[in-house]
Design a protein around this ligand. Structure first.
Ligand code: IPM
Ligand code: MG
Length: 356
């Protein structure tokens, strides 16, 4: 029997409520599909910071390295710790474990409403592959005389050949796999090389080099600003989108609206080589105003758990989670407030597990 060791970091705000639903769903799958989940919880969050002056222990990565995967609820509580400090662990894990692919499926399920009128289950079914280890998030730069009239700040973006190549190649491989499953077989390059004449021109050059090795895959290059427009006007144009770290961050929030809101948006931070554990998390934040009320939609977290099972190769269990989520949404009886219903986080989680 396969056993998976999972490091569970519930985090702040609504993180613990939604992460608990993901974990219960993993356990339900484990029973049904005969694998075992061995879960260890870590209380690394903003309260931990207030007690110890850091968000996680110094040797956190060594600890996490022992696990098969990490599940993260959500982190951040600016009333306790400034965001640029509380979010350090997230970026440290992503970068330290070379989770260079941030996989964000944008799929509208049946029975879901989006305020974007072009969004239907037929038109919205694509994946954003976000670069996750370098680019605009490289944390290089500085503030110089910040309080002085002549003060200034610099923030450097780093684009390495290796870093661009591996994530772009991942996107093409994914497009090939999706093509075999009946999708378009197309990679859209999210760029901004008209204004960023070094980093994005370099990125485009590598995109074109990799594309040449995939003659069976259609390509398209669209400037990031235009992508936001086409997400809204013609979502059916997209199959796999590859984007740098910051651009991928921005367009996937818009993508979440196409799929019905943040309550549906799942994410996987993947180290495809499996040298390190990968990390799974809903892409929404800690939503402090909603915390502790059982109001938030757990589907983003449950779907992130599904991505974890896919990563483990438990395909049947993963497929069944999606089917169960789809079934509950189509029935429409159990709906959280974001879907104009009055069910709780736990009730929706339970309904999905009953449908498994
Ligand atoms: C996300 C989040 C993070 C990011 C923040 C919290 C640092 O917005 O996962 O999309 O920008 O990557
Ligand atoms: Mg984001």
């Amino acid at each position: 029997m396969n056993q998976y060791k999972i490091a569970f970091i519930p985090g702040d705000g609504v993180g613990p409520e939604v992460a608990a639903e993901a974990m219960m769903t993993l356990e339900a799958c484990a029973k049904k599909y005969s694998f075992a989940i061995d879960c260890t919880t870590f209380d690394w969050n903003c309260d931990y910071y207030l007690k110890r002056g850091r968000m996680m222990p110094e040797d956190a990565l060594d600890t996490l390295k022992q696990f098969d995967a990490v599940f993260l609820g959500s982190v951040g509580d600016p009333s306790k710790v400034p965001d640029h400090i509380s979010l350090i662990p997230l970026l440290t894990i992503r970068q330290g474990f070379e989770q260079y692919v941030n996989l964000r499926p944008i799929k509208m399920l049946k029975g879901v409403y989006s305020p974007i009128s072009t969004a239907t289950p037929e038109t919205v079914d694509f994946v954003v592959v976000r670069e996750n280890a370098e680019g605009e998030y490289s944390q290089l730069g500085g503030m110089h005389f910040p309080d002085a009239p002549h003060g200034f700040a610099t923030q450097m973006a780093v684009f390495t050949r290796k870093g661009c190549e591996r994530v772009i190649r991942y996107a093409f491989e994914l497009a090939r796999k999706r093509k075999a499953e009946g999708h378009m077989g197309k990679v859209t390059n999210c760029t901004k090389s008209n204004a960023l004449g070094y980093s994005m021109v370099f990125w485009d050059r590598i995109f074109n080099e990799v594309a040449a090795q995939y003659p069976d895959i259609e390509t398209d290059s669209i400037l990031v600003d235009a992508i936001t427009m086409f997400f809204c006007t013609r979502p059916q144009r997209f199959d796999v989108v590859v984007a740098s770290n910051l651009f991928g961050d921005i367009i996937t929030d818009l993508g979440s609206v196409l799929q019905g809101g943040m309550g549906f948006a799942a994410g996987a931070n993947l180290n495809p080589e499996r040298d390190f554990p990968s990390m799974f998390e809903p892409i929404h934040g800690s939503a402090l105003d909603l915390a502790g009320q059982g109001k938030v939609n757990p589907i983003a977290s449950i779907e992130s758990a599904r991505l974890m099972l896919e990563h483990f190769g438990e395909q049947e269990a993963a497929d069944n989670i999606l089917k169960a989520v789809q079934k509950v949404l189509e029935e429409g009886r159990v709906r959280t407030p974001d879907m104009r219903g009055s069910s709780t986080t736990h009730e929706l989680g339970e309904a999905i597990r009953a449908a498994l």
